[in-house]
Each structure stands twice: as structure tokens, then as C-alpha cells.
Design a protein around this ligand. Structure first.
Ligand code: DGJ
Length: 739
């Protein structure tokens, strides 16, 4: 064959092959998978190479027959770094942007391709469904299942991924995201929440520009101390309370997390979230499933208010332990005594608890340790026996004494930790996370126990179990965690020949195992999650805990802002607010602020003046009358303290017959205009008539407001002026239907 003929022949072959490929591509049936709730739809679709892509995210498209066509409405070229809208982006093959998953196969090969294999949808009940989509590597026996659990009415999606393989040896998971979402829109605004000790959960809103904005934690245990896994994405314009499309989300994982918000070269948003892969290459053995934590998210086209109510309703009904149940008001002794107490001092406080009308007394840190008494934070952690000097008759005696006074009794523990000055450390250095060859590094004079070790899991379970076995009437646990993980190294993993990089993940999985066991044996005892303030609190922990401690900062003005921020993601029943001596505001202000959640006190009641005591009693009795609305009702953030001189928050019960409105002055400057404007209510029934009355008045102070009757329509349009001013810095209104 001469050269010309050969060229012609080659061209013909090329032409025929291309025709063949094109016709296969055209005939390949596209699979379109809708994941839909009442007001929200994600559409996933396979492409010509059978890769799964996200083609739509927004309001539900009604006509089923039109779903497939949605994919053709966008026109993104793929010449840059692969495809951006992959539903779960693999690394090592065609993708050159941030991956969702990166692995090293048993043979050392670092490439991964994922093709659609099958999917199914199970209808769990009328409101809940689970869609699972299996993607497989065409070369290696390696697969992932993308799982989407949808609560239709609450417009809430819980998304996670299950990874498994049948290779000959362990596969190293180098990155293993929970979710990989894609949003096509013009302009994205991200609000993330971060801070530090005493300044937790501060919002920062930024416009996202091309590139990656990462929110992450590498702290191990007290993971949320500096950054949190909570976020708001607002589409087109900054987030607002009652308008606009927003996505509220949280990665429900109690350890290191990573949230990557990437604006790609089409100016669209890729969101990849999961366990932080930092120092966490995970060895997955054949035939075991690695289940990632869940990304929990809700989309609203009516602003952050509706999105929060969706999330709060879902959390109470489906997620938080006893979320629709009751909670105990309490008196805590931490700020009243710190470590300086004994049996008499503590039992002397029970009367005060009863007198002001709370349900429970909570004994905080300092009750344990004998060889190394816990008289300070530098000794005793790990030795969970009552200190014989302080409590000669043991905890059982205090439980009984409290009962005699008519209050329940609860106890503080910090079971994951150890002081080097402790018998536990002397006996079990091998249980402690520490680098054997390096100097120890302490955080609050303590170290973290190695919960990847099943013996340590038994020990931690035993702490709680012993307390309940010995004191069956114990009514409450405060579970603290004050240290981060330095010198991450596990003697246990070393002994077992497992990689050290499993530690961060296995620690948290070990902790969940302990909590499972506790809840199997003690299903309902209320437990507060605390982490030296607000270092912990997300929806995986809240499967086991009834509530959490948002911050050691109890200064009431700061607290208004902090509680406002937490409320984007959590129902008030989960946030513990204590009245303390922090701040310059009057007692009334402090009690009113703490009443917007689960109310507690951390004061010496004997030091209260007669009027203060009278006020507390009245306010707690009022709280008992409206707590059901705060705990189980719908919350409306009416006036934003970041933008105004006052803050207003409202809670409405489900049948719209009762509400309570909290109003505070947040700026002390003279003659503030904002206080002259009415507060426009929300969530009422326009056709009902309501009596509006001020409550929680300090003794002998008369309200400047008359009790009035207005229609819901009036209150939600014209509004009502609570007359907040420099003399009335905190005003609580009770709104009751007039029958
Ligand atoms: C930190 C917590 O946040 C406090 O409330 C208190 O329990 C101390 N730990 C006790 O050590």
C-alpha cells in the first residue's frame, strides 16, 4: 500500500470508529435520579461515559418527563480540569480539581474511576426516603454508595457515603468525603462560624470568589473550638432572614472535619465536605464498609428563618435524643465554688436550688481523686472515686440529701481525659495519647485517653456505668472535654500493627461505641455535652446527648449574639444557658437571656438580695409556664442584633395559640432610634386575636405597657413596640390567644 492509500485507509477507519462511538454515545440511555423533598430537588444524571453528575439543585421540577432534559440546559466545556459537577469526584484519572475521594489500591496504584452501576429508592415512611446509588471502578473491585436520606416535609437531606472493596489487601483511603455537591448560580455568599474559647460561633460572611475557601479542624477532640462544621450558603446575594435562597448545613462529625467551598472556572460552587484527611489516611480492609459521617443540609427559598425552622423541627423530631421531650432546669456549683467545696457546702446549696424552683442540682468538677485530689485542674483526672476528704459519705449521700430537699442530683465528668498527676496515668501510660519519644504537651494540664483502644472504651463506659449502678437515682450527667490532641500517637494501634493515621478516625468511632453502650443501658438520662465551653456540639453527638453547652462565656450581652448564631442550626431545647455573675446587666436581663433555651443557674443563691430571690422564683415559675413554647415551638428571629440597637426573638407554639417574645437593648448609646420602631411579629395566625402582656417584671417595677388585644394580622404587619430603652433593657412579652 502506498503512503497516500495508507492515509486514506487510516482516515476511513478513524471515520468509521468515530461514527460508531458517537452512535453508542447517542444511544446510551441516560439515567436521571431525582432526590426530592417537598420544596427542594437535586437531580443527578449519568453522562456519555456513565459518570454521575449533578445537573440541578433547586425547587422541584414538577413534570417527571422533563427531568432528563435539564442536563442539556447548561453548557460547560470540560477542557480545564475534568468535569466540575461530578457527584463524587475521584482522583488519579481524568479529574484535576479537588477530589471527593482519593485512594491507593492494594497494589499501590493511585488511580480511581467511578462509573454509575445501579440505584434504588426505599420509601421508609410517608415522610422519609433513602436513595442509594452505587458507583464502581471498572478496573478495580472498588465501589462507593452515595446515600441520600430525605425528610420531605422538613426539606432536609442527610447525605453520606459508604466505601468498600474486594481487593487482596487493605486499600488506603487518602480522602473520603461525605458529600460532593454542585451549585450553578451567579454569586455565592458563605457564612461560616468560628472563634476561640469564650468567643465561640462568630459568623463571618464572605462572597466566594474563584478558588477554595476551606473551613477545617485538626484539633482532634475539642474539634469545634476554633472553626465549626456549620455553614450558610446564600445564592445571588447575602443571606437574609425572610427572603432569598439559602442552604444551611452541618457536617455531623465530632472529630477533625474539612469543608471546601470551591468556586470553579465557570464561577459555580463545588462543595466537598467530610472528615479532614489531614494525617488520616485510613486503611480499609477488604469486605469492610467505611461509612463516612453525614452532611446534613436544608435548602429554603424564603431565607434563613425558614431554613432554621426546618432544621430545628427535624432535629427535635428525628435526631436529638429525646428532642421532643422535657428538660431539667438546674443549679450548677461551678462558678459558685470552683474546686473549693466539701459535702456540707454542697448540701447547703440544695435548699437554694429548691427555693428558687429549679429541678436539679449539678455538682461540677472537683469531687474525685484521692492520691491526687482534684483540688485544682492539674491533678486527679482519671481517678473517678469520690475524694474522701471532700465527700466522706460519697455521692450516694448527696443524691439522698438532694432528694430530701426536693431536687434531683446530677454530676460532672470528663471521662476521656487524664492528668499526668493521677493514679490512672501511673498505671496505664499505654492508654494515653502521647509520643513515647517526645516531651508531653499539655492542654489544661491534661492528656487525652486513647479511645481507639477497646480497653479504654470499656474504662470510659465503666465510669458512667459505675456512677449509675451505685447511684441509680442520679438524674443528669455533664460530660466535659477540655483538651485537644497533641502528639497524636496510639500505643494500641502500634501494638496491633495498624497505621497511626487511623487514630483520629478510630478515636471518634471508639467514642461513639461507648456512647452507644451507655444509651443501650441508660436510654433516657439527660446528658449535657460540654467542651471547655463550646468546643463540641453537632448532630452526631446529639444522637446521644440531650443538650450542649455553647460557651463558658455567660456574659448576657455576648450571649444574645451567641445564642442567635447557634439558633441557625439548633433548636433552643438543645442549648444550655446559665445565669451567672458575668456582666454588668441586672439579674432580670441575665435571666431573660438564659430563658431562651434550657435555663440553668450558676450563682450562690444565698448571696441574692431578697428582691433578686423573689424575682428568680417568679421568673422560673414563668419559665415553667412557657418553656414548652421555647423548647418545642417555632422560632422567629425578628430583629437582628448585628444590624440594630435591639434584638428580638419570638417562639410560637405549634397551634399558634401562645407565643413568647424576648427583646433586649444591645447598644447603650443615648436616644436610640431603633427603640422607637415597632417589632413586627411573625408566625401567628392572622385571624386570631391575641392578648400581649409583659411578664418577668422585677419586683415593684410596673410595666410601661398596657396589656392589649390585637389581631395576628395587626401584630404581623403593624407590629408592637415593647418599649425597650435604657431603663427597660430587657422586655419579655407573653402573647396568648383570646378565646
Ligand atoms: C469547663 C466547663 O465549660 C465548665 O463549665 C466547667 O465544667 C469546667 N470545665 C470544670 O472544669
Amino acid at each position: 500500500m502506498n503512503l497516500n492509500l495508507l492515509n486514506l485507509y487510516n482516515k476511513k477507519v478513524f471515520f468509521i470508529v468515530s461514527l460508531l462511538i458517537t452512535s453508542i454515545q447517542l444511544s446510551a440511555q441516560k439515567v436521571t435520579i431525582p432526590i426530592a423533598s417537598e420544596n427542594h430537588m437535586i437531580l443527578l444524571q449519568t453522562d456519555h461515559l456513565n459518570r454521575l453528575r449533578t445537573i440541578y439543585f433547586g425547587k422541584p421540577i414538577q413534570n417527571q418527563s422533563e427531568l432528563e432534559a435539564v442536563g442539556a440546559t447548561t453548557n460547560y466545556d470540560e477542557n480545564n480540569s475534568g468535569i466540575y459537577n461530578s457527584a463524587y469526584t475521584p482522583a488519579g484519572t481524568w479529574n484535576l480539581s479537588e477530589p471527593a475521594i482519593q485512594v491507593k489500591h492494594a497494589d499501590g496504584n493511585p488511580s480511581l474511576e467511578l462509573k454509575y452501576s445501579s440505584h434504588k429508592k426505599e420509601q421508609i415512611d410517608a415522610n422519609t426516603s433513602l436513595t442509594s446509588i452505587v458507583l464502581k471502578d471498572p478496573v478495580y473491585p472498588f465501589e462507593v454508595t452515595l446515600c441520600y436520606k430525605v425528610w420531605s416535609k422538613e426539606n432536609l437531606i442527610e447525605q453520606w457515603t459508604e466505601i468498600r472493596h474486594k481487593e487482596k489487601k487493605a486499600v488506603l483511603l487518602q480522602k473520603f468525603a461525605s458529600a460532593n455537591l454542585y451549585f450553578s448560580n451567579k454569586d455565592f455568599y458563605l457564612t461560616s462560624f468560628q472563634g476561640e474559647y469564650l468567643k465561640e460561633m462568630q459568623p463571618i460572611e464572605t462572597k466566594l470568589e474563584q478558588g477554595i475557601r476551606t473551613i477545617d479542624s485538626k484539633l482532634g477532640t475539642r474539634a469545634m473550638l476554633l472553626q465549626t462544621p456549620n455553614f450558610i450558603v446564600s445564592f445571588g446575594k447575602p443571606a437574609s432572614e425572610n427572603q432569598g435562597t439559602v442552604l444551611l448545613g452541618q457536617l455531623a462529625w465530632s472529630g477533625n472535619f474539612k469543608l471546601d467551598f470551591e468556586i470553579d472556572s465557570h464561577k459555580n460552587l463545588r462543595l466537598i465536605t467530610g472528615i479532614n484527611p489531614y494525617a488520616s489516611e485510613y486503611a480499609l480492609v477488604p469486605n469492610e464498609t467505611f461509612k463516612t459521617p453525614s452532611l446534613i443540609y436544608t435548602l429554603s427559598t424564603n431565607g434563613t428563618g425558614e431554613a432554621s425552622r426546618n432544621l430545628q423541627n427535624w432535629a427535635r423530631k428525628y435526631r436529638v435524643l429525646d428532642g421532643e421531650g422535657e428538660r431539667l432546669t438546674l443549679l450548677n456549683n461551678w462558678e459558685a465554688t470552683y474546686f473549693d467545696f466539701d459535702e456540707n457546702k454542697i448540701s447547703g446549696l440544695f435548699k437554694g436550688a429548691k427555693d428558687i424552683g429549679v429541678d436539679l442540682f449539678l455538682l461540677d468538677d472537683g469531687w474525685f481523686g484521692n492520691k491526687y485530689p482534684r483540688n485544682n485542674d492539674d491533678a486527679g483526672l482519671g481517678d473517678w472515686q469520690e475524694n474522701k476528704k471532700k465527700l466522706p459519705h460519697g455521692l450516694g449521700y448527696l443524691v439522698k440529701e438532694a432528694k430530701k430537699e426536693g431536687v434531683k442530683f446530677g454530676i460532672w465528668i470528663e471521662p476521656e481525659m487524664v492528668n499526668p498527676r493521677s493514679e490512672l496515668y501511673e498505671k496505664h501510660q499505654d492508654w494515653v495519647i502521647r509520643q513515647p519519644e517526645r516531651p508531653e504537651i499539655y492542654y489544661r494540664n491534661q492528656l487525652v485517653l486513647d479511645l481507639s483502644n477497646p480497653e479504654v472504651q470499656d474504662f470510659v463506659f465503666g465510669i458512667v456505668d459505675n456512677l449509675f449502678v451505685k447511684n441509680p437515682e442520679l438524674a443528669f450527667i455533664k460530660w466535659d472535654c477540655n483538651a485537644v490532641i497533641y502528639n497524636a500517637y496510639s500505643a494500641y494501634l502500634n501494638k496491633k500493627g495498624l497505621p497511626q493515621s487511623n487514630l483520629y478516625v478510630d478515636y471518634i468511632k471508639g467514642l461513639y461505641k461507648v456512647l452507644e453502650r451507655i444509651r443501650a443501658k441508660y436510654p433516657k438520662v439527660p446528658m449535657m455535652l460540654c467542651s471547655g465551653g463550646g468546643g463540641r456540639g453537632e448532630y452526631e453527638f446529639l444522637k446521644y446527648f440531650t443538650e450542649f453547652w455553647p460557651s463558658d462565656d455567660t456574659e448576657p450581652l455576648e450571649r444574645i449574639f451567641m445564642q442567635w448564631n447557634y439558633s441557625y442550626f439548633f433548636p433552643s431545647i438543645t442549648t444550655d444557658n446559665h445565669v451567672t455573675d458575668w456582666g454588668k446587666q441586672p439579674l432580670k436581663f441575665r435571666v431573660d437571656v438564659a430563658s431562651m433555651g434550657k435555663l440553668g443557674f450558676d450563682i450562690v443563691t444565698n448571696h441574692l438580695s431578697e428582691k433578686d430571690r423573689q424575682f428568680c422564683k417568679q421568673a422560673i415559675s414563668n419559665y415553667h409556664s412557657f418553656k414548652d413554647i421555647v423548647w418545642h415551638g417555632d422560632q422567629y428571629r425578628l430583629v437582628n442584633p448585628y444590624e440594630n440597637d435591639i434584638a428580638s426573638l419570638m417562639y410560637v407554639n405549634k397551634d399558634k395559640t401562645r407565643a413568647v417574645v424576648f427583646n433586649y437593648l444591645v447598644n447603650n448609646r443615648f436616644n436610640l432610634t431603633a427603640t422607637k420602631r415597632p417589632v413586627v411579629f411573625n408566625g401567628l395566625d392572622s385571624n386570631k386575636k391575641y392578648v400581649v402582656k409583659e411578664i418577668n417584671l422585677y419586683p415593684e417595677i410596673e410595666s410601661t405597657l398596657k396589656s392589649v388585644v390585637y389581631s395576628g394580622d395587626f401584630l404581623m404587619k403593624a407590629g408592637y413596640n415593647p418599649d425597650v430603652n435604657l431603663k427597660r433593657t430587657s422586655v419579655v412579652l407573653e402573647v396568648t390567644e383570646l378565646k
